[in-house]
Design a protein around this ligand. Structure first.
Ligand SMILES: Cc1cn([C@H]2C[C@H](O)[C@@H](COP(=O)(O)OP(=O)(O)OP(=O)(O)O)O2)c(=O)[nH]c1=O
Length: 185
């Protein structure tokens, strides 16, 4: 059986797009970077940890997917905004500039582990303080890395992407199918 260790409705919808049957499993982890941990190391560690946490709740031969998404700008990791001030600080960094969205996927079955990291460049137009305020009030930024959703209202800030749209939303479809093909024969 295939399991997705995620509470994200976006990841569930994306995995459904691959046409595979799966179930959800609890796989929560503490999301805090170590001191001096590189963003790419952090995001892949969290994906690995989520799949490992999920593995504890399934049978030994089940396949478990874990995934994590972060936004990186100026070497800083932007996760979900804690409050409105935090969102303002994030947009001060991303408005009118390019940032990276990193999504890691880890797949485990027993002792086997395969993982992939996808990096995409996302370009933002300038976003005014007033727009950040009304965007916060929509409720959309609260549970999104970097405080925006490209697939939602936040899409209007995006002038261009270089990379994987599905990875930005939370699960890279092409890379995830490739990973799963190594397990599902
Ligand atoms: C940049 C961006 C992020 N996001 C989402 C993807 C992720 O769900 C979320 C980042 O949080 P994550 O910590 O990666 O995941 P999560 O807490 O939502 O879910 P899980 O249970 O799997 O840990 O931000 C968008 O939906 N759209 C976007 O444009």
């Amino acid at each position: 059986m295939l399991y997705l260790a995620s509470k994200s409705p976006r990841r569930q919808a994306l995995l459904s797009q691959l046409g595979m049957e799966f179930e959800l499993v609890e796989g929560s982890v503490v999301e805090t970077p170590y001191a001096d941990e590189l963003p790419e190391d952090y995001v892949t560690r969290l994906a690995r940890d989520k799949s490992a946490a999920g593995q504890k709740n399934v049978a030994a031969d089940d396949i478990v997917i874990g995934s994590d998404t972060i936004v990186v700008v100026d070497q800083r990791i932007l996760e979900k905004p804690k409050d409105f001030d935090d969102l303002q600080t994030m947009f001060a960094r991303t408005s009118g500039r390019v940032h990276q969205v990193l999504t890691a996927v880890a797949v485990r079955q027993g002792q086997a582990l395969e993982q992939v990291l996808v990096s995409s460049d996302v370009y933002f137009r300038s976003v005014s303080a007033l727009e950040v305020q009304s965007y916060w009030q929509t409720g959309e930024p609260q549970d999104k890395a970097g405080g925006y959703a490209i697939q939602g209202i936040g899409g209007k800030f995006v002038t261009r992407i270089d990379g994987s749209y599905s990875a930005i939303v939370g699960l890279p479809l092409y890379e995830t199918e490739q990973l799963l093909n190594r397990f599902i024969k």
